[in-house]
Each structure stands twice: as structure tokens, then as C-alpha cells.
Design a protein around this ligand. Structure first.
Ligand code: CMX
Length: 133
């Protein structure tokens, strides 16, 4: 597994509209897509910065991972996502190296990507995602 770049940085927010306003008016980025990802119980907003994206995450369900995260830790940096050629191979390889995976194989994420997560307790506190097109 060799990631090509940081595909996106996920940021948990309480209110998508006001977060979009901040990234547009203060940081100067343009939101180019808003998408609900039912499987992940989130509504997302995307901004491009070079090869990397900022993904804002607003929870759509009080039992969803982002809602739980905000309840426990407050809004803020949620995860880092590495672009890889094959998400299943990357998850497999991490697992073989003794890393605890959340997903054994890729699932559907935003923008048509296949995504899979490594558990933050196994990755020095950083929820880590692999994604492939
Ligand atoms: N980053 C770092 N640590 C995190 C974390 C995060 N994003 N989310 C939870 N944790 C911590 C918790 O605070 C907890 O730590 P403590 O025990 O020290 O308090 C620990 O991880 C484990 O928590 P848990 O109770 O076992 O599990 P949770 O129910 O909180 O779930 C997690 C945590 C990571 C397994 C779950 O959020 C998950 O499966 N995430 C993957 C899916 C996801 O996050 N989807 C949203 C984004 C989707 C997208 O990008 O489209």
C-alpha cells in the first residue's frame, strides 16, 4: 500500500451551513458539493485545496459516529483519509500488520469512493480512512 496523497481531511461540525460560510468567507474556499451519505449517517460538504479536500461532516442521526464524536469531544478534526489504489488491499495489509480495522472491506462513501477505516485506538488516536475511486 502506498497512498498517493491525502484525499481529504474530515471535520465534524454541528451546523453545516455555518461551517460552509466560515470556509467560504474566512478561508476563501468554494463548496463544490453537498452530499448525504446514508450509510455513514452524515451530510457532507466538500472543498478542494490542491489535491486534497476538506470534508465537513454534519450528523444526520443522534446514533451516528459523528454525533457520538461531537457529544464526547466536541466539533473538530475527525479523520484523515489517504487515497490508495485498492481500499480492500490496504485494509488487508494494515490488518496483517496488527492494526485494528473498523471495516474489513470497503463500503460506499461520498463521491462514489470506496472507503474503509482503521480504529483510532490502534493508530495513535487518529481515525484513519483509506479511499479509492
Ligand atoms: N478520532 C479519534 N478518536 C476517536 C474518534 C475519532 N474520530 N471517534 C471516537 N474516538 C475515540 C473515542 O473517544 C473513544 O476513546 P475513549 O475510550 O478514550 O473515550 C474510542 O475512540 C473508542 O470509542 P468507542 O466507544 O469504542 O467507539 P465509538 O462508538 O465512539 O466509535 C469509531 C468510534 C471510530 C469506531 C466510530 O466512530 C467509527 O466506526 N467510525 C468510522 C466511520 C465514521 O467515522 N464515519 C463518519 C465519516 C464518514 C465519511 O467520511 O464519509
Amino acid at each position: 500500500m502506498k497512498p498517493t496523497h491525502i484525499e481529504h481531511i474530515g471535520i465534524a461540525v454541528e451546523d453545516l451551513d455555518s461551517a460552509i460560510e466560515y470556509y467560504e468567507n474566512v478561508i476563501g474556499l468554494k463548496c463544490y458539493a453537498i452530499e448525504e451519505v446514508r450509510d455513514q449517517k452524515v451530510k457532507t460538504a466538500f472543498f478542494k485545496v490542491g489535491d486534497t479536500k476538506i470534508e465537513l461532516l454534519e450528523s444526520t442521526d443522534t446514533e451516528g459516529p459523528v454525533s457520538k464524536f461531537i457529544d464526547k469531544r466536541g466539533p473538530g478534526l475527525h479523520h484523515i483519509a489517504f487515497a490508495v489504489a485498492d481500499v480492500n488491499a490496504a485494509l488487508n495489509e494494515a490488518q496483517k500488520k496488527g492494526i485494528r480495522v473498523i471495516d474489513r472491506e470497503g463500503r460506499d462513501g461520498a463521491e462514489g469512493f470506496q472507503i474503509g477505516f482503521l480504529h483510532p485506538k490502534s493508530t495513535m488516536g487518529v481515525l484513519t480512512e483509506f479511499c479509492s475511486e
